[in-house]
Design a protein around this ligand. Structure first.
Ligand code: HEC
Ligand code: HEC
Ligand code: HEC
Ligand code: HEC
Ligand code: HEC
Length: 188
């Protein structure tokens, strides 16, 4: 640290811009620490096979994305709709069946995870017609789900700014553009 006495009464003039830059850096340019994150899962479940090759709709398994804040992770009963029959020889499938019989849920590792101070809901986005891929990338080509974007605050805010036009239909006095980029829209 620079001893403040040396700077005399000008220290505030120097420290203020420095800390402003620090905050700016922290929020906007901080290295995208989530991008590329793709944890191993207990079962080698492949989106490439299910959503890609077999073309199963995303919302068949993530049914609540359009109506609630969280996109549900399918329970084992959803898998069993097909895997009573499909891929019987596979050890993974035998494991799924055994755990289903015992009523033990699979423990998937969370891939996309916002800090607790951030408010996010799928509902306004998905019901507005924003594709899953706009935020999650080409999941239907991934064997293992991988965080595709920078997934930091700048990513959210940039898209909210770009969507200025599409939100202009809101009545005046209820300015959606301001609301979309206001801190309290995304923070508690
Ligand atoms: C506007 C961006 C955006 C769109 C569009 C979007 N997601 Fe998400 N998704 C996120 C964010 C952000 C998280 C992390 C939420 C958290 O940690 O609270 C997430 C988390 C998830 C999760 C983990 C469970 C959860 O809700 O935390 C699943 C599964 C998921 N999304 C699937 C989907 C599917 C399927 C679609 C399309 C129907 C979709 N998402 C559309 C941004 C988006
Ligand atoms: C709509 C039908 C369907 C659903 C629902 C489904 N699967 Fe599959 N799954 C398949 C088919 C078809 C294959 C490919 C079988 C093959 O290659 O012979 C497959 C393959 C797999 C494999 C690879 C098996 C191997 O070792 O070759 C795993 C693991 C798997 N599924 C897990 C799951 C899990 C976990 C769920 C639930 C979250 C699920 N599946 C839901 C149809 C489905
Ligand atoms: C057959 C069921 C099935 C289908 C179809 C499916 N998913 Fe998933 N999805 C899962 C399961 C099971 C997990 C948890 C394991 C994992 O992360 O791979 C998951 C995880 C995810 C995650 C990561 C959730 C987290 O932990 O943050 C995202 C994002 C996601 N799916 C998006 C999609 C999108 C987009 C589509 C359509 C292109 C899709 N899924 C289609 C079953 C499915
Ligand atoms: C791909 C573009 C896009 C991305 C990325 C995105 N959003 Fe949005 N978001 C929108 C649009 C467009 C709306 C307005 C929907 C409407 O008009 O009802 C919205 C609405 C919202 C709302 C509801 C606002 C309200 O009060 O009506 C919240 C909360 C929100 N977003 C949080 C987030 C967060 C947090 C992130 C990042 C994790 C994020 N969004 C990323 C496009 C995006
Ligand atoms: C569109 C949604 C959105 C808006 C609007 C928004 N933030 Fe954030 N903010 C986020 C997300 C998402 C994160 C988490 C980023 C991460 O974990 O890297 C975050 C993180 C932060 C952090 C912690 C930085 C960090 O690296 O964890 C601070 C401080 C912050 N925001 C302040 C603000 C202030 C001040 C405003 C208003 C000028 C604001 N935010 C507006 C979405 C938003």
């Amino acid at each position: 640290m620079i001893p403040l006495r040396i700077l005399g009464k000008h220290w505030l003039k120097i420290m203020l811009p420095l800390s402003a830059f620090g905050l700016f850096y922290w929020i906007w340019i901080v290295p995208p620490m989530y991008q590329g994150y793709k944890p191993d899962q207990p079962i080698a479940f492949s989106h490439k096979v299910h959503a890609g090759e077999f073309g199963i709709d995303c919302q068949f398994c993530h049914a609540t994305a359009e109506r609630s804040s969280h996109a549900s992770i399918p329970d084992t009963a959803t898998c069993m709709k097909c895997h009573q029959e499909a891929a019987s020889d596979s050890r993974d499938i035998q494991y799924i069946r055994a755990s289903y019989k015992k009523g033990i849920p699979l423990r998937w590792k969370k891939v996309y995870d916002l800090p607790d101070h951030v408010k996010f809901s799928h509902k306004p986005h998905v019901s507005k017609g924003i594709e899953c891929a706009a935020c999650h990338g080409p999941v239907h080509t991934m064997d293992k789900v991988e965080v595709h974007t920078t997934f930091n605050m700048g990513w959210c805010v940039n898209c909210h700014r770009e969507n200025y036009e599409s939100t202009q239909s809101h009545p005046p006095g209820n300015n959606a553009t301001i609301r979309l980029t206001e801190c309290s829209t995304c923070h508690y």
